[in-house]
Write a protein that binds this ligand. Structure first.
Ligand code: NAP
Length: 304
């Protein structure tokens, strides 16, 4: 017999979660503020809960996927709801910060329910696919108990750690890397266009360059882990070589009147690392600057 699930939220992502659970034969009920969005899900076999409380009372596991934690709080934090939570499992798939996840876990557990905080590393069309990653942190016992259901939402599901905010932290870190790439693409397009190179040409060279960029990314992570900031025989390009090439970006922006807000911020970070290190250092010597630490402190873990 499969677990009874209630999904709170039938936006793009919540609806995809409901469809996936129904496809996998989980008895699923759904509640949404705008009830009309539940209609197509009801046609697929979902039960439409008449209220948040009824949905929670009828389920063993409650998946929340609304816009943000403020919306989620508005649904949960009422007396009638808190009594319904006892003995249930709450899986929070609404995006939030590590602090919000920690606070939510404390609140839910104090009301007698189990809690897992999740981060969805995919768009709605990827839910339920074997390659799709959802990250979870919080109670390992809850994760293990509901593994079958969690893997139904994505075959690449992964448990990050006991501290509830860790899935959200990893989500934020991976998105930061994505935004770095996207902002870089926007800056790159401005430069190529200003110099008469077509965006098609830019696009066609992105793929060929990607393995080089990926290699540099993994290298900077490995070197930071080991605290290997000084240049050595394995250094791919020194801090000085990077800084010298980087000047061409600043110059191109200045000459063509392009927005240089991001390159200027990057220039300040280069300067900070160079002021305490040397141009012979590895690019990874920029790493302590991001932690506001000296190099010798770099390997110390942050306070939980
Ligand atoms: P969406 O289509 O805009 O849906 C938002 C949902 O939140 C709707 O069900 C909406 O209800 C509900 N909602 C908003 N404010 C509310 C409130 N005050 N009270 C009750 N319900 C409220 O957004 P989405 O793309 O499904 O995203 C939902 C969550 O998944 C977000 O936290 C998002 O960051 C996360 N996520 C999304 C993606 C993605 O690719 N879409 C990927 C990863 C994570 P109504 O229908 O009544 O407005």
């Amino acid at each position: 017999m499969k677990t009874n699930v209630c999904v709170l939220g039938a936006g793009r992502m919540g609806s995809s979660i409901v469809r996936t659970l129904l496809n996998q034969s989980y008895p699923t009920s759904v509640w949404n503020r705008t009830v009309v969005k539940c209609k197509p899900l009801a046609a697929l076999g979902a039960k439409v809960a008449s209220s948040v409380e009824d949905g929670i009372r009828a389920a063993d596991i409650v998946i929340i996927n609304v816009l943000d934690y403020a919306a989620s709080d508005a649904l949960l934090k009422h007396e009638s709801i808190t009594s319904a939570l006892v003995g249930k499992t709450i899986v929070q798939l609404t995006s939030g910060s590590p602090r919000l996840a920690r606070e939510e876990a404390g609140w839910v557990e104090a009301h007698g329910a189990g809690y897992l905080d999740g981060a969805i590393m995919a768009t709605p069309d990827f839910i339920g696919k074997p390659e799709t990653t959802l990250l979870y942190s919080g109670s390992r016992e809850v994760y293990e108990r509901h593994k079958a259901l969690l893997f139904a939402l994505g075959g690449g599901t992964s448990y990050v750690g006991e501290v509830p905010g860790q899935a959200s932290a990893l989500d934020t870190a991976l998105l930061t890397q994505m935004w770095g790439g996207l902002f870089g693409a926007l800056q790159g397009m401005a430069v190529t266009e200003a110099e008469g190179v077509s965006l098609d040409t830019f696009r066609s060279h992105l793929s060929a360059f990607k393995p080089v960029v990926d290699g540099a990314l993994f290298d900077v992570v490995e070197r930071t882990k080991a605290g290997r900031f000084a240049g050595d025989d394995a250094t791919l390009a020194s801090l000085g070589a990077h800084h010298s090439a980087f000047q061409h970006l600043l110059e191109a922006c200045e000459e063509r009147g392009l927005n240089a807000a991001i390159p200027r911020a990057m220039a300040a970070i280069f300067q900070e690392a160079l002021s305490v290190g040397s141009s012979d250092d590895d690019f990874a010597s920029l790493s302590p600057v991001f932690r506001n630490r000296s190099r010798s402190q770099n390997s110390e873990p942050a306070n939980a």
